[in-house]
Design a protein around this ligand. Structure first.
Ligand code: GLN
Length: 544
């Protein structure tokens, strides 16, 4: 039977519940269990796909094309699990399904209510992850205990655990133990109160995971155990990690969190071997070959979460190249105000990531041009690739007003235009070209060299594409189309061999990079940045 772990949060949001869930999943996986992860979000959007990155951070895209919460990115990066549409449910999606069913007569004769109909639908969503090939489902409940909007989720997990019994389900409560500087003390009261809230709705946590800035003293653990009704050894400390989020599972393993979970669920405790994970963390934290600086020129820069997977992928690629990647975060509108040179001079690589809408576009295009003209390694992703094509059209092919029809419908040169399949689509939610599609790389290109393969599959999220009417003209000027959809219709990767490293892709490689297996294109980009750094250094030395 599939066992369930329910992860709730207490006191404040942003405690890193997702990282905790992902870390627990990694440990269980390393003990030989097959794990799936799931996030339940209490908001009313059916999925986060329609939200601004400023509201929600990055929208993470799964293999099967679901637009989901960014915590799923942590799940996939920490474990070997592919998340799917079933890995993320929102209140909006649950209600939408229940209301659709009501209109179809699925509840004929009944009054449809939060309890039992919404809670039943939530339980069904959780149980949809069960299977003969799944030992554990870890379900993270978004929000904080005490929120009005997460109540139906909490009631559903309370019922579910009651139904499956305590040897088949556990409650893990991630809570905050703040340090109050003025008093010089750590305080357990907020956690006691948040457990009190859970208790009042019938949930008694089995394990407390305490987020803290400083180590928890035994005295704090005793207090938490006594007042929160948990066994002493089930009070786990999760102190802020010093260097890398990938240290979290190591810290939890040191306290035997996974052993306690397995024992409570009466499961066999196999061997745990984390040597390769430790080695990876060590490489990330203490790289041999110094630092490279890469600029990320985006339009949502002020929110760190908006480019979560991009930043993580750069970190992974740094590990593979044994360097630290320092990111210079550049707001593309700022490039429009003060010019590319002022903001980008001295970087070893420039990455332009995805985005929507015309704000800041000219700044992105200027950043591409700066990279192209100065021989700085350039990596364009989705909108970044589209900007690269616009720059190439304008500056190299002499198409002065080249643009994307997303930003100017009347441009005489729509080098990027709406995909034919999108022209009659008017609804916004879940309607882009989404999820994994195969791509064929041209042998002998930079892209093929990076992947070491010509048949690849990558995840997508876009409405616009390279306009094939301009293919010949751009190829004649030296742009190489190195990746195409298998039918040859959709341009997936372009590169510019006249430049040290200039690769841009329509898909989102950042969704498939993990710390144990960095993404080939990110790896190649960072390797090129290292080369550039060393070249600039040796030129300087010669000049001196
Ligand atoms: N806005 C562009 C499109 O829809 C790019 C999307 C993206 O960067 N994810 O095609």
């Amino acid at each position: 039977m599939t066992k369930h772990l329910f992860v709730t949060g207490g006191v404040v949001s942003s405690l890193g519940k997702g990282l905790t869930a992902a870390s627990v999943a990694l440990l269980l996986e390393r003990r030989g269990y097959r794990v799936k992860l799931q996030k339940l979000d209490p908001y009313l959007n059916v999925d986060p796909g329609t939200m601004s990155p400023y509201q929600h951070g990055e929208v993470y895209v799964t293999v099967d094309g679901a637009e989901t919460d960014l915590d799923l990115g942590h799940y996939e990066r920490f474990t070997g699990v592919d998340c799917t549409r079933g890995s993320n449910f929102t209140t909006g999606r649950i209600y939408s399904d229940v209301i659709t069913r009501e209109r179809e007569g699925g509840y004929l004769g009944k009054t449809v209510q939060v309890i039992p109909h919404i809670t039943d639908a939530i339980k069904a969503a959780i149980r949809s992850m069960d299977g003969d090939d799944v030992d554990f489902v870890i379900t993270e409940i978004g929000g904080t205990a005490g929120d009005i909007e997460s109540l139906p989720f909490l009631e559903a997990i309370r019922q579910l655990r009651q139904e499956i019994g305590r040897t088949n389900g556990l409650f893990l409560h991630v809570t905050l133990v703040p340090y109050i500087a003025a008093a010089g003390e750590m305080k357990t009261k907020p956690s006691q109160q948040s457990v009190g809230i859970l208790r009042s709705i019938g949930i008694i946590p089995d394990i407390l995971i305490c987020r803290c800035e400083r180590p928890l003293e035994q005295e704090h653990k005793d207090k938490l155990a006594l007042f929160c009704n948990v066994e002493r050894q089930m009070v786990i400390e999760e102190q802020d990690v010093a260097n890398s989020i990938y240290e979290v599972p190591l810290a939890l393993a040191d306290q035997d969190l996974d052993v306690y979970i397995l024992e409570l669920l009466q499961l066999h405790v196999g061997r745990l071997d984390l040597r390769d994970w430790r080695a990876m963390v060590d490489r990330l934290v203490n790289p041999k070959f110094g630092t490279v600086e890469v600029a990320v020129v985006g339009k949502y820069i002020s929110l760190q979460d908006a480019y979560k997977s991009i930043y993580e992928s750069l970190t992974h690629a740094g590990g593979s190249n044994d360097v630290k990647v320092r990111v210079r975060q550049i707001e593309s509108e700022e490039v429009e105000r003060v010019g590319a040179e002022a903001l980008l001079a001295g970087v070893d690589g420039i990455l332009v990531p995805g985005g929507f809408g015309d704000r800041g576009i000219e700044g992105k295009i200027a950043a591409v041009r700066y990279a192209r003209e100065n021989g700085i390694p350039f990596f364009g992703i989705c909108l970044g690739m589209q900007c690269a094509v616009m720059d190439f059209g304008r500056q190299v092919c002499g198409l002065d007003s080249a643009n994307s029809s997303e930003f100017n419908e009347k441009t005489p040169h729509p080098v990027i235009h709406m995909m034919a399949s999108q022209r009659n689509v008017y609804r916004k939610g879940g309607t882009m070209r989404l999820g994994s599609y195969p791509c064929r790389l041209e042998a002998g290109t930079e892209a093929a060299a990076c992947y070491g393969a010509t048949e690849i599959s990558e995840r997508h999220r876009h409405r616009y594409e390279f306009n094939n009417a301009y293919r010949q003209q751009m190829e004649a000027k030296g742009l190489v189309i190195s990746g195409l959809s298998p039918d040859g219709e959709l341009v997936e990767v372009v590169e510019y061999p006249a430049h040290p490293w200039f690769v841009a892709c329509q898909f989102h490689p950042e969704f498939q990079s993990t710390p144990m297996r960095s993404h080939p294109l990110f790896r190649g980009f960072v390797a090129a940045a290292v080369k550039r750094r060393d070249l600039v250094k040796s030129n300087k030395n010669e000049g001196a």
